[in-house]
Design a protein around this ligand. Sequence first.
Ligand SMILES: [Zn+2]
Length: 281
Amino acid sequence: MAKYLHTEGVCLRRIEYSNTSQVASFLTPDAGRLSFMAKGVTRAPKKGVRTGFDLLGRYELTYTARRSGSLHNLTHRWMRESFHDLRAALQRMLCAYYAAELVLNFTMEEDPCPSLYESLLRAVRAFASGKALGLNVLLLELAALREHGSCPTFDACAECKRKLPARGAVLFSPQAGGPLCKACENELRSQPHARLSRTTAVSAQVLKALAALNADVEARPGGEGRPTMPSRTAEGFPTMSAVLRFHMRDLLGKELSMWKYFERRTVSRSLARLRRQAGLV
Ligand SMILES: [Zn+2]
């Protein structure tokens, strides 16, 4: 007799399959990313009505493990959170789509990641509320990189681990996985790199610590009982965002498709400058 398994998950991708089915990928806390064949999931309860999974919806899932191939067989699902308010603004939806793409690219099938699952839920709830979108995107990016084991260091040289100088810009090397001290900079200057101001490096340290805490964070003071950003930290956001994407591009060997849709112009300009510096355009 088939053994039924139970978990919960956030829907990262769904693809129509035949007339009434979907192939869907979820991030789950206890089993990592799972992909399912959901037969009959779009079968209409009434004529003219189609149903299926909501992208980024949180569901409880019952399934039987795959026997062969790559898909588990989903037998029941119950929606727990629909995040309906994501649909209230285009910017919220774009952040949510990006969250799905980011997590799909930085997770492996069946590799448990409870901390990233918490970070994803926290980010999607923040996107649905429309608050501090850019900041919550950054925190999710740091959480995804931490789960992947490739989160840059920002407080010490990525190559020799010596402390970075307190002043002046430093060179960020995706290959080394972070900023470089002067001595290592001279050796690795020929590789693609970006300039990182001290403000950005300090901002990144603060955010990295907050992402590790998995805390609710607000960009401005006033959130009840929530950590807030030191005012100068926010100054480094556009460059930090650009530096993280520069790093992710190197890790993945490609650009994520959502970057071009929702970046603020300041981020786009920073990223364009980094690409030029690195000779990538
Ligand atoms: Zn060094």
